[in-house]
Write a protein that binds this ligand. Sequence first.
Ligand code: C2O
Ligand code: CU
Length: 462
Amino acid sequence: MTQSRRNFLKNSLVTASAVAGGAAVGFLGSKAQARPDLVLKPALTEHSFLPDTLTSKVFSYNATGPAPVLRARQGQPFHVRLENALPEETTIHWHGLRLPNAMDGVPFLTQPYVYEHETFDYIFTPPDAGTFWYHPHCNTLEQMSYGLNGILIVEEEKDPGFDQDLALNLRDWRLGSDGQFIKLYQARKSARSGTFGTVKTANWQENPLFEVPSGGLIRLRLVNTDVTRIFKLGISGATAKIIALDGYPTPGQPGLDQQSVGPGQRMDLAILLPEEEGVDVELINYSASTPWTVSTLKTKGPSLKRAIGDLKPLPANPVPIPDLASAEHIPFEFTATAESAPKSGFCGSLGFSFWAINRQPWLGVSPDPMAPMAELKLGKSYIFSFINRTPHTHPIHLHGLSFTLLKSNKRPLEPLITDTALLLPDEQIDVAFVADNPGDWLLHCHIIEHQKTGMSSFIRIT
Ligand code: C2O
Ligand code: CU
């Protein structure tokens, strides 16, 4: 089927509105079970990131190794129990999911801290299929940098039919040559593009190798859980196409040319593997002066003889269509200069104020948060202008809602649906959405040092 990209999106949006219907979507499943589907128990552990070293003070949602890849089903209730075995308080935020506000995992704004030995039940029904992830929203720079982040896959109602489904958690670690953590940030870097890690991993390993079926058509899910790095990803040795960005299906144009994936963002690829056995296919990051191989796939077995166009595009998610004619327009200016005094927070603030949204720096959550930056009416459509007045790129993330990219003053933009927009230096991006999910929702840069030194805020929908 050859459909133009724009038509595809238009058609998928039409389907979307038919499904979503009225103003407020009922996200919470009706028959929430008392017993959780699974328990996540974040705890202190050790891990070997470098040969012959054992890194201590690693935090994981697993007893050993990286966090489990969670699988929920679109439209089915999902129940995770957080049992906090860390020596400090935490919460879990479900990045990219449209869920009830009370399940969003932001201390003081949506729930209390979950202290050591306490539990909290997260229960929600994901309305959208795709690749999402989870991480704490408390002492965020430390907890994420020490290892608390994991992938959440929401499976489509119908299996899309790939031969293999592989998920990679991409992140760096700030380790010295002895394998131990070094200071997580340098203030002068926090005030610029952020402090980068020293050891680059996928699923907590340097360039891990995976066996894949020769001639097979696989789905590769890439999740940037790093606190700083913007990846530019390409595939060498196979044909790849992007089938979803940030969980939302794209028309799937063939070819992959150094696609940017910022902190918080996700990319799903369909990859057609070479027919011969024993061939290496490499996932390469080009965002640094010396590109490096993030992970290697090695073909195995007789060829499955698949073709890149074998599978249908993924079905659209039921995100309501904003009414642009009646939409109210709200600007958000991201600056490096603040005019008002910072409202300090104690949940992991770095103690510096380098950034601001609409001239107000917010350093973190606190029991006495500042007023919302915007108050929205439930069911109304809005256009947000994200205006970058800095020479740095910022991945701007909105909780609890998904927005459509409308236009940029710098480049052509496809009308993709996302929760995290990569805002280039001096760029203005307009996005639109229906305010269909009541509550207080964070809006912040996902370079965590920027978030923690002022580039954070929240909006209220009532
Ligand atoms: Cu990925 Cu405020 O979060
Ligand atoms: Cu930023």
